[in-house]
Ligand binder design. Structure first.
Ligand SMILES: [Zn+2]
Length: 1019
């Protein structure tokens, strides 16, 4: 029988229990004050400072100087190594002994040359357990090293988390001593804490909350903090409460340990390697004590880092992977951005990731794992399915600023109709702490109550916080099956998803992209990274295509598989969800640009070697076309004049000057600044720098620019978000639109005509920034190009260019990975206007029946098409987390392409490819004949990728996709001696039931809208 409370007063009972475990109040007499017993000083502590991150072997050989607790060290990004000698008193026999270490920065304990424990105050990790129960055989005198990185969990932001780092921050150790840790006190504290939380979380409406209250109160009555023999009575009361069981219908929470580690963000890549080491060594030591503890871990790149930097830890991880406790998830190289990487890049994220997991652990991941990424392409379901993955976990859409996403568990249907079972953990976090609040939220927020009876709860500190703690495991262990709370089981993604799948009859389906209504500035921020990404994607595409053809044409050519893998992995790494979006500190931008330089330099060499192997050497200029259609384009050969050149589809040809049917002519008008230009398909008229008229003449005369408006109008906006500076552009920025009107250098004719006509001019954006542009019209080219250079030194401004066009349509079309999708041009509903700034790849199009205008680009991703105004986002100027983001010189090209008919029939897709994939110069014999390795028809199908198969036996892989949104039968013709072909998945696993149908015409292939087809070609 409990003591009868003195008064019927919920508050006094609750606060009494709270104070009994408070770490602030009454610690002289409460239970919390008894957590630690005696303490004992260290024998010696000495230190050594290093500006760089060095390995243990090197650090341990340095001269260490004496250190006094409280002394400062640093500055930011340095590393302080401590050498600690300690002797545990004999009298502590039978006790649990900890090294208590409270310091700034992130620490790693090394013992006998091996990492053993991460230490981070912010991640509630301040203890290294020297002994669970000290006995005489154990070493009492120990030497340890503690490696302290001079940065916090979230870097070193000056004043706020996302501010640019403070380079001068200093650090200190506040406490380093031996202590006796009272495990029985800790257990009781956890029980108290959980009961108090139940009282608070269930509130006054639930009888279970009152039962918890009276239990906690009686436990205080029974427990004397100074008499451990009294603990057992209190403990049995708690035990009785927690073991009152649930009914069968209760929701099940699948708890999984996790530690979300950003591969680079507010700290550089190199620090992430140590964050992984510190976190995972902590996880492994928790597993040694908790055989049921399950930890999910994504990003093959991070495993690869740990493998090469901490091989001992990696082999322990391999053991725990085999035991099913340490679970690699996601299947990708990094947790990449879900919008900006190209289709092929997305495939490579999975290819590199899944192959790595298979090589190292003998597994393929069954779920895609992307909890923290800023939106998800509608083509992802098909790519996942093609990589052996049918489940998807994220939660980021809970960050939507405008609309609440209506599902937590649902089928996500992609562009081609592929479906994946998708789960958003309803707690809306991937860093839970195993607390009652987390469990209650998981049930309360669940928008699929009654449809899905299982949810995930990911617990553990991320980003160097070292993941889960013993306390979190203890909390979850207490409430496995407690009446009034959901059931909790330690689980794995495959267990969760198979439960969800087994009972999926009532689940809803969401079709199309998962658009995040936030962070829409990330399509534009850090323009240099975006441009490098696009150009490096293009370069690696061309290297692979040229190397594949060289492999077939030359007996001596060696396909540079390893080198290409290295370059791809660098490119994929920079697609991490805080790097390619531009939401990282300046140091990361520098690293990323270095990696791109590597890709350019080494990729450039590989391309040259492949092209040299492809054609017998000669002294005449030629071109290589990596795209699967014939091209006729103006190129500059060496430093010579511009020449109109024909190049066969995926092939090479010597340069033979072609005369255009209609040369371009440039005519200054009555007013000196007005210029009119004409080619075969169009003419345009400039009034000053503005595009007053753009008239297609191909089929019928048709004006593309809206009446009374002008195209190519630069506009600038104030761009001050609510908080996430580099990330966000807010709706209200649209109210601050200012056209750029001041001319510095009026329009002048640069090329008077022939194969190319062009004019150039310069405008002033502000007293610090200018834009210089060359407007180019090439013979035979259906679009007008705008080669643009911007000197940019703004603060919180957003530069865009507008084309108001004479087209009316409720929807605009945007290119995405392996296809395109439509988004509304109106703002009817909140779901429509929340998409005031959207992403697209190489082109966007606004068409009505039989006529439209496409806006192409060579390195931009931000678009908005509202009513009839087509806008391309060009540059932003955020100041956090990189204070100098986007400052300096920029160069980019966009193009406007009016067309009759549909954009599909007008070859907008092909033109956008051609704008991005330049014809590559080669040297060939003057008499060499044009040669085409592949061609295909109809034009709806694009041959996207030609590469050597990963299996390494000389087979080629070709990847094609249907780009129009149509069902077609296509024929792929090849000049290569293809003996047989097989359908395979995106991981290049051959489907033995599906040989390719080879006819006298070529390989015949059936496509459904936006379908991706991968073939293995054998010779
Ligand atoms: Zn993240």
């Amino acid at each position: 029988m409990y003591h009868l409370p003195v008064l019927k007063n919920r508050r006094t009972l609750l606060e009494r229990a709270e104070k009994f475990i408070s770490d602030i109040y009454f610690t002289d007499c409460n239970l919390r004050g008894r957590l630690y017993g005696e303490s004992h000083p260290l024998e010696t502590i000495s230190f050594f400072l290093s500006q760089t991150r060095i390995p243990f072997a090197e650090a341990s050989k340095q001269n260490f100087a004496p250190y006094k607790i409280g002394d400062t060290f640093g500055p930011t990004w340095w590393t302080c190594w401590f050498k600690v000698s300690l002797t545990i008193p004999e009298s502590w026999r039978g006790k649990e002994v900890h090294l208590l270490w409270e310091s700034d920065g992130e620490g790693m304990v090394w013992r006998n040359g091996q990492p053993v424990q991460g230490l981070t105050k912010e991640g509630e990790k301040t203890s290294y357990i020297l002994s669970d129960c000290l006995n005489d055989e154990e070493p009492h005198s120990v030497t340890l090293y503690v490696e302290v990185a001079c940065n916090g969990l979230f870097g070193a932001g000056q004043g706020s988390m996302i501010a640019a780092p403070d380079p001068k921050r200093m650090f200190s150790v506040q406490k380093a001593e031996l202590v006796i840790f009272n495990r029985d006190v800790q257990k009781l504290l956890t029980e108290f804490e959980m009961l108090v939380d139940i009282v608070q979380e269930l509130g006054e409406g639930e009888q279970r909350g009152y039962q918890a209250l009276f239990t906690a109160n009686e436990m205080v009555n029974l427990c004397d903090p100074f008499d451990p023999s009294s603990f057992s009575k209190a403990h049995s009361l708690a035990h009785k409460f927690f073991n009152q069981r649930n009914g069968d219908s209760q929701h099940t929470v699948h708890a999984m340990g996790h530690c979300h580690i950003d591969s680079a963000w507010l700290w550089p890549y190199e620090e992430t390697i140590r964050k992984c080491g510190r976190s995972w060594v902590t996880v492994v030591s928790l597993m040694e004590k908790n055989p049921k503890f399950v930890f999910t871990c994504s990003q093959a790149q991070q495993f690869e880092w740990v493998k090469s930097w901490y091989p001992g830890l990696f082999s322990k991880i391999q053991d725990y992977v085999n035991k099913g406790q340490f679970i690699p998830v996601g299947g990708t190289w990094v947790e990449m951005d879900g919008n900006l990487p190209s289709g092929e890049s997305m495939v490579r994220q999975f290819l590199e990731g899944q192959r790595f997991f298979n090589q190292e652990f003998g597994i393929y991941c069954k779920e895609f794992w992307l909890p923290d990424t800023f939106g998800y392409s509608a083509q992802l379901p098909q790519i996942m399915q093609g990589c052996g993955i049918s489940n998807f976990l994220t939660q980021k859409l809970s960050w939507n600023l405008v609309n609440t996403f209506p599902h937590n568990t649902f089928f996500w249907e992609g562009l081609d109709g592929s479906k994946v079972l998708t789960h958003f953990p309803p707690g809306n976090s991937y860093e839970m702490k195993g607390k009652i609040e987390d469990l209650v939220k998981t049930v309360k927020n669940n928008k699929d109550k009654g449809r899905a009876n299982h949810s995930a709860a990911l617990f553990g500190f991320g980003d160097g916080g070292g993941g889960p703690t013993q306390l979190m495991l203890d909390r979850l262990g207490l409430v496995r099956d407690t009446d009034g709370l959901p059931k909790v089981q330690m689980s794995s993604p495959s267990n969760l998803f198979s439960q969800l799948q087994a009972d999926s009859g009532l689940l809803c389906t969401w079709t199309g992209e998962l658009f995040l209504e936030l962070h829409n500035g990330t399509y534009t921020t850090q323009a240099q990274i975006k441009r490098e990404n696009r150009q490096c994607e293009t370069l690696l595409h061309d290297v692979e295509a040229a190397s594949s053809l060289a492999l077939c044409r030359s007996n001596t050519f060696l396909y540079p598989a390893e080198k290409l893998q290295r370059l791809w992995r660098l490119l994929l790494l920079n697609q991490f969800h805080d790097v390619i979006p531009g939401s990282c500190i300046g140091m990361v931008v520098e690293d990323a640009l270095d990696y791109y330089k590597d890709i350019r330099n080494d990729g450039g060499v590989l391309l040259r070697e492949a092209l040299e192997a492809l054609e017998p050497k000669g002294s005449s200029p030629g071109v290589f076309n990596s795209l699967p259609w014939e091209r006729c384009e103006v190129v500059q050969i060496a430093d010579g004049p511009d020449t109109l050149v024909r190049a066969p589809s995926v092939g090479v040809a010597p340069v033979k000057e072609t005369q255009p049917a209609t040369p371009v002519s440039v005519t200054p008008q009555v007013f000196a600044t007005d210029i009119s230009t004409v080619n075969l398909d169009h003419n345009f008229t400039l009034e000053s720098h503005l595009l007053a008229h753009l008239i297609t003449t191909a089929d019928a005369f048709r004006e593309a620019i809206s009446d009374g408006s002008s195209g190519n109008q630069f506009v600038i906006f104030d761009d001050v978000p609510l908080y996430w500076d580099a990330w966000d552009v807010m709706d209200y920025h649209l109210q601050t639109r200012k056209p750029i009107v001041e001319v510095v250098q009026p329009v002048q004719v640069a090329f008077p005509g022939g194969v190319r006509g062009s004019v150039s001019f310069t405008l002033r954006i502000s007293d610090k920034s200018t834009v210089t542009q060359e407007i180019i019209m090439d013979a035979m080219c259906p679009y007008v190009k705008f080669n643009t250079k911007v000197k940019w030194a703004e603060s919180h401004k957003f530069l865009k260019v507008e084309f108001p066009v004479r087209v009316r349509s409720p929807n605009a079309t945007y290119e995405i990975q392996f296809g395109h999708l439509q988004r509304p041009t109106h703002w009817n509903t909140s779901w429509d206007w929340a998409r005031f700034e959207v992403w697209g790849h190489k082109w966007a199009d606004l068409s009505e029946h039989n006529f439209g205008v496409a806006l192409l680009n060579d390195s931009k991703y931000g678009y908005s098409i509202h009513k009839n105004a087509m806008t391309l986002s060009l540059l932003r100027a955020p100041k956090a987390p990189d204070a100098t983001a986007d400052m300096g010189n920029h160069q980019f090209t966009y193009a406007i392409m009016p067309h009759s008919g549909s954009f599909q029939d007008a070859s907008v897709i092909q033109c956008a490819y051609s704008l991005n994939y330049p014809l590559r110069p080669i040297q060939c014999r003057p008499d060499s004949a044009p040669w085409s390795a592949f061609s295909l028809s109809p034009s709806a199908v694009v041959l996207e990728t030609i590469k050597r198969a990963e299996d390494g036996n000389g087979n080629l892989v070709v990847r094609l996709y249907e780009s129009h949104g149509s069902s077609v039968t296509a024929t792929l013709r090849s000049d290569l001696p293809v003996k047989e072909g097989w359908h395979c998945d995106l991981l290049e696993r051959r489907d033995p039931t599906r040989p390719a149908r080879i006819t006298s015409e070529g390989i015949s292939l059936n496509f459904e809208p936006f379908q991706i087809v991968t073939l293995l070609l054998c010779f």
